[in-house]
Design a protein around this ligand. Structure first.
Ligand SMILES: NC(=O)C1=CN([C@@H]2O[C@H](COP(=O)(O)OP(=O)(O)OC[C@H]3O[C@@H](n4cnc5c(N)ncnc54)[C@H](O)[C@@H]3O)[C@@H](O)[C@H]2O)C=CC1
Ligand SMILES: O=C(O)CCC(=O)N[C@@H](CCC(=O)O)C(=O)O
Length: 488
């Protein structure tokens, strides 16, 4: 099977074979061979050869190709949503929103390009001052499995809009989504070499990330891999590295009159996408009070009622399968480990069907654990902390090396303003779920969640570098020369 797109030609991979499996039923949905290091080099060469011409193309023409891609996404939206659902286990309603987010990305990226990296002209005596932005050149883009269409698209669209060319390495768990994305780009009239696709497992990723001839790398994925890449890029100040990584995100609840609304926002924060969003609430701080008890009680009963089922079920579930059985069993093991440390299970997270990624959502009270590891458990398990004092809850919420998203559910605006000033995260919400970040806002975290290169609306910033110019149509001899200069 031809799995690698190099210079707009599909090739069979020359590396190890791998496949992708529908986590809802174990069915193989894609199989092929990964790219060899030589193929990765060829993809980079193709991107390099295409780059100047692509950047030279008037921006309107680049935009036309991006808009053609949007038209392709719209035309094939149902097919695409089904492919994402089959490969990730996510419910169809959710994969439809993923395709919708991809469709909306182009207009937002154009706005961001103009606003954040456009050209500014300032008059000055005898000359003009310009600020312009230029593409870096060839960039490698690494994507995760949880949003295999939308998140790589969030790097690819602004990168090529700015005039870069791309070598894209998707998650090895979602090769079919990547292949379909590239098929749509080809239908959109993408010139050869502008986006190249290299599929494969670790070795393909390593070959691309360590290649000397890339000018930058844009990564969305786990903190472990991001940290490895950061070390690898140390000593290469000339290369741009944008890292979007995980979180150990806190959601604090304090005095909320509408208990059902609070429970809704907690569930949307903790369990959407089966807990497989980097923005998901992992730690839930609930006051030791009658209001806190009422919220926890309702959360427990609502969690037990959450429908978990196949992506294509007629009665659409809230949660589908996790990405793999391995991931599901990893969550079961994480829960068992917390219990060993003294946690109390309030709703048990269970694997629902052997051989699949289906798990039920879980809630576990970890208040009695003194020293809990600062770990992202990437699945539907909410850890509850009961607190007596708001400031100590905020201090514990900040007691993490991560800093992606955080939220407060509270009726008092004063409480929110207190929280906002103290909490450390790149996304801070009030009385809203902490998932579902907007593409029209910066998206990124501090600490171990990123390297200060926010994505989404601010992706424009890392896709181009600023160039300052002072320009005059002629060389002019100044009327007054600097002391000590005599030009006759
Ligand atoms: N902050 C953000 O914007 C987001 C972060 N994430 C994070 O992503 C993680 C889930 O995604 P995964 O696919 O598991 O991430 P991952 O880190 O396993 O993989 C991401 C990409 O890196 C590649 N890769 C893995 N090891 C590599 C290495 N040593 N050298 C080069 N390439 C390598 C993979 O093949 C894949 O393409 C979670 O931790 C989640 O929090 C997910 C979505 C958004
Ligand atoms: O990148 C964007 O356009 C906006 C950010 C976004 O879509 N965030 C989603 C997904 C996060 C994840 O993959 O884990 C969200 O906040 O729910």
């Amino acid at each position: 099977m031809n799995t690698q797109l190099i210079n707009n030609q599909w090739h069979a991979g020359q590396g190890p074979a791998f496949n992708s499996v529908n986590p809802s039923n174990g069915e193989v949905v894609w199989q092929g061979n990964g790219a060899s290091p030589e193929q990765v080099s060829s993809a980079i060469e193709a991107a390099r050869a295409a780059q100047i011409q692509w950047a030279d193309m008037p921006i309107e023409q680049r935009i036309t190709i991006l808009e053609n891609f949007v038209a392709q996404l719209k035309e094939h939206s149902e097919e695409f949503a089904s492919i994402i659902a089959r490969e990730t286990g996510k419910p169809l309603w959710e994969t439809r929103t993923e395709v919708g987010a991809m469709t909306g990305k182009v207009a937002i990226a154009i706005r961001a390009y103009n606003e954040r990296t456009g050209t500014t002209e300032n008059p000055m005596p005898g000359a003009k001052a310009f600020i312009r932005h230029k593409p870096h050149g060839v960039v490698a883009i690494f994507g995760p499995y949880n949003f295999p269409g939308h998140l790589p698209n969030g790097h690819i669209v602004p990168a090529i809009l700015a005039g870069n060319t791309v070598v894209f390495k998707p998650s090895e768990l979602t090769p079919h989504v990547a292949q379909f994305t590239l098929e749509l780009w080809l239908k959109a009239g993408l010139p050869a070499g502008v986006i190249n696709l290299v599929q494969g497992e670790l070795e393909t990723g390593k070959a691309l990330a360590s290649h000397q001839d890339i000018d930058g790398l844009f990564f969305t994925g786990s903190s472990n891999t991001g940290h490895l890449l950061h070390k690898q890029f140390a000593g290469h100040p000339g290369k741009i590295l944008a890292l979007e990584m995980g979180g150990n995100n806190p959601l604090v609840v304090k005095d909320v009159a509408d208990v059902s609304a609070a429970v809704h926002d907690i569930i949307q924060s903790g369990f959407i996408t089966s807990g497989q969003r980097c923005t998901c609430a992992r730690r839930l701080f609930i006051e030791k009070s009658a209001n806190g008890d009422a919220i926890l009680e309702k959360l427990i009963s609502a969690t037990k009622n959450i429908l978990v089922d196949d992506s294509f079920a007629d009665d659409q579930p809230f949660m589908g399968a996790m990405i793999s059985e391995k991931a599901a069993l990893g969550m079961v093991a994480a829960q068992a480990d917390l219990v060993k440390q003294g946690a109390e299970v309030l709703v048990e997270l269970k694997q629902l069907k052997p051989g699949t990624g289906f798990v039920s959502p879980g809630i576990i009270d970890v208040t009695k654990i003194d020293e809990i590891a600062d770990e992202e458990h990437f699945g539907p398990l909410i850890k509850v902390y009961r607190y007596t004092d708001f400031d100590s809850a905020i201090a514990e919420a900040n007691n993490t090396s991560f800093g992606l998203s955080a939220g407060l559910l509270a009726d008092s605006e004063d409480d929110y303003s207190h929280f906002l000033k103290r909490i450390r995260a790149g996304i801070v919400n009030w009385n809203r779920p902490i998932t579902g970040a907007s593409s029209a806002a910066p998206f990124g975290g501090i600490g171990a969640s990123g390297n200060h290169r926010a994505s989404a609306y601010y992706a424009a910033d890392y896709c181009a570098y600023p160039v300052a110019s002072v320009e005059s149509e002629k060389v002019n001899l100044p009327q007054t020369l600097a002391p000590g200069l005599i030009i006759e």
